[in-house]
Each structure stands twice: as structure tokens, then as C-alpha cells.
Design a binder for this molecule. Sequence first.
Ligand SMILES: Nc1ncnc2c1ncn2[C@@H]1O[C@H](COP(=O)(O)OP(=O)(O)OP(=O)(O)O)[C@@H](O)[C@H]1O
Ligand SMILES: [Mg+2]
Length: 469
Amino acid sequence: MAARVHPSQAPGLPTTSLLQRAVAGVGWQAVEAELAKRADRHALRYSWPILARPEQLAPPGDWTWWMLSGGRGSGKTRSGAEMVRVWARDSTARIGILGKTPDDVRRDLLEGPSGLMQVCPPSERPTFQASISGGELTWPNGAKAFLLSGAHPAGIRGVNLTHAWVDELPHFKYPRLAWDNLGFALRLGRHVQGVITTTPLAIKLMHELMQRDDLVYSRASTYANRANLAENFFRTIIAKYEGTRFGRQEIHGELLEDVPGALWKASVFRLADVEPDALEVVAVAIDPAASSGEGAAETGIISGGRMPRLRGDTFSRFALLGDASLQGSPEEWARAAIDEYDRVGATLFVVEVNQGGEMVSSTIRSAWQAMGRSGAPRIHAVHASKGKRTRAEPISALYEQGRVTHVAGMTGLEDQMTLWSATAGEASPDRLDAAVWLLTELSDEGDMGKVGAEVRTPTRAPPLRSIGM
Ligand SMILES: Nc1ncnc2c1ncn2[C@@H]1O[C@H](COP(=O)(O)OP(=O)(O)OP(=O)(O)O)[C@@H](O)[C@H]1O
Ligand SMILES: [Mg+2]
């Protein structure tokens, strides 16, 4: 099954707005003269059906989702705001407006030049009531909208919505969580609908959306909106990226497949429901964030283990069992790591000690004691003597050989793996780092790892899928 393309984008149909076509046909002066006869000539700036290009208007039919993916400045946000305006004509509408951060929602989606307040004529404009969770809009007819943000996916729980507008979904910090929560919230009325307006990004969720047969998509290029953008923006910014791969995504709105230079392709991930007791060693690896607090990186916490070699096997296979990564203080990540350790029955922590020196191990030890546990946890401290990419290469090779499986739900890690191209200045992917440490420790030194002391006899056979059968 696959998403359907917006019918207006079939070959041969007009690609310009009604206004552009009228101007091309009879000239601007004639159009202007016609407008001057109308009582409210300013109404034109609010007449979206006349201004919009065909791909910016909602598709016909009974779709659940419409995704407008487009280049920078191609008119995505405006199209989303105009869609909300249409929905709000129904007084019973309860619309979720979801952007990347609370700031983005307020600044762009609500108050920006293409935001809701600008696109609604004064008589139709909602009133805005700010609140800690984002805020609420109320239209003169009683329709309501709620401002939500992808930075706080938990805030999307518990709202009841008839419609939703999601701007820049794949660029959220937690796109999957926000999307899942939104799915539960969209449940009011007879037929829920939502629009996603975004510059594309090849995360797994986007590929999944493109498989939905209740989704219609349209694509907009930055050039299509040229009339409404500054000329020197094209000369300086757009010209620089034209003809490049980045340009295909950022100017033409194309959803690209694999990231060049990325060590993992989306096709290498093998799902298998492996139980910890089918493994001969189980460990939890931690890649701690350098700082904590709002905006800080996540601490990567990944659990997994090694399968016993089958007779005749010349190499080992590995299974990742969980991802407990989080953004939090050292105490919070240490507790989360110990919980994960218990959940999977691990016997070992693997931590990198370069960054915080002894700090990481001692954080785990004190959380261990604070949680009332006896003894001391076993901790393998590893040192990053090689560069990140050099370290990750042999691990990506294990995936290419089909020797690593993931349990379902590890899409956060998988996205980091497929998007990270290891170029200078790129943010460090914490889950990926933790997974690389874990698998290195389990597989190094002649494939049997440095974990000899931890090896036990599994009590359960691994599922056939996990051993390539
Ligand atoms: N069909 C149109 N007619 C007139 N103006 C338009 C049209 N489409 C978009 N615009 C205007 O073009 C400008 C850029 O549009 P918008 O902000 O929606 O682009 P965007 O694709 O969301 O950009 P970004 O990539 O920065 O998020 C805005 O001022 C918007 O009001
Ligand atoms: Mg925008």
C-alpha cells in the first residue's frame, strides 16, 4: 500500500494559482481594475483559493492525512495555517497545532507572516490565551485550537482533537513519540483529519507515512513561490544549493533515501523478538551527555547481548534488547540504566570514560547504592582511542552481514544510524555511540569480546529469525 499523490499534481494540470493565471491571461492592470470594483479589495490577501497554488490546497476526497512536503520558503506553513482556517469554520472543531518547539509554534505558526493570525481576516481572527502548556485559540464561532509542541510530547496526551496541523514533523526532537501521542488524541467527531507541512527528512517515520493509503501528499518547490520571496534570497542562498543533493531536499522538497556517507542503510535492520535468556552475555552501554538540563543532549542507554555460537558457526551474532536513552541529570540516567540492567538481566555496564573520567562509573555506583542494592556493579570502562567513524565502521559491517538484530521499537537508534554521516561539526548521536560501545565490547578481540568472565549458558534457544533462518 502506498500514499496517494495529490490529484492536482498529475502531469499536464496547471501549477500556478488562479491569480497568477488571471494575470498571465489578461495582464495585471486588468486584474487590478477588476479588483478595484469590489467593495473590499483588501479581501484578496485573505482569498486563499485565489492565491494558493494547486498543491497548497487540501486534496479532494476522504483522506485522513495530507502531507505537503516542500522546499524552504515554498509556502508550507501558510498552507497549514489556511487549512486550520477552513477547519475552524465548524464551531465544533478542536484543532491541535503542533510545531517543533513552543517558540516555533508561537513565532511561526501563530504570529509569523504565514501564521494563523496573519492569514485570518480581522473578523475571523481567534483570540489567544497563553498557558504553561502552550495556549489556546478561540474563534468567534466557538471553534478551538490548542498549541502543542514536539519538545514536550507528553503534553499531547489527554487532549481530544478533531483535526491537527503538524509543522516540520521529522525535525522534532522526538518525532515518533509526538506522532504516536497525536494519534491517540485525534479521536473527536466523525472523521478526523490532519495536515503535515514539512521540509522532508528521511527518517523511518516519514517512509512509514508514505506507505499509508489514507495519506495524500503534495510537493512544493521553493521556485514555485518565487513571486512571494526576496530575489536576492534566490541569488545567494538557493543558487548555492541548486544541483546538489541537499538542494533536492531543501529546495525541491524531495524525500531522499539514504544519506551519503551514512554507515547504515535502512534496509540492514533486522527485527527479532529475542529474550535475554537466549543470550550468553547481556550488558547495558551508556554514552553520557556532557551536560544536563533543557536543550542538553541525551544520554544514550542501550542494552543487548551476544548469542551463543551455533555449531558450525564461525562468527557470533548479537541482539539489541532495548533503548532507555533519556535527557536528564546524572542521577536520572544512572537510575534509568540500572532499571534497564534489571529489566534485561544484564551482568555488566559498558561506559566510555573519556569525557567525564571516573565520574560516569562513580555516578552508577552511587545510584546503585541509593537504590538499596548490595555489592558493586560490574563496569567495563572503555577509552575512545579511535575516532568515532573508525570505531563505528566494524559495527556497521556486523549489520551488513546480518549479525545484529533489534527488538521492535528501536527506531530512535535506527534513525541516528541512518542519518549520521560522521562529518565534522555534526551533533554526536548518543544512542548510536552507546550501541557502538556495546557491540564493540561484545565482539572485539577475535569476535568473542572482552567479556569472557560474564559468559553464561543461556536457558532458551534464540528465535530462528535472529539466526538468519
Ligand atoms: N500562494 C501564495 N500566495 C501568496 N503568498 C504566499 C503563497 N504561499 C506562501 N506565501 C507567502 O510566502 C512566504 C513563505 O511562506 P511560508 O512561510 O509558508 O513558507 P515555508 O515553506 O513554511 O518556509 P520555511 O521553509 O521557512 O518553513 C510567506 O510570506 C507566505 O505568506
Ligand atoms: Mg515554515
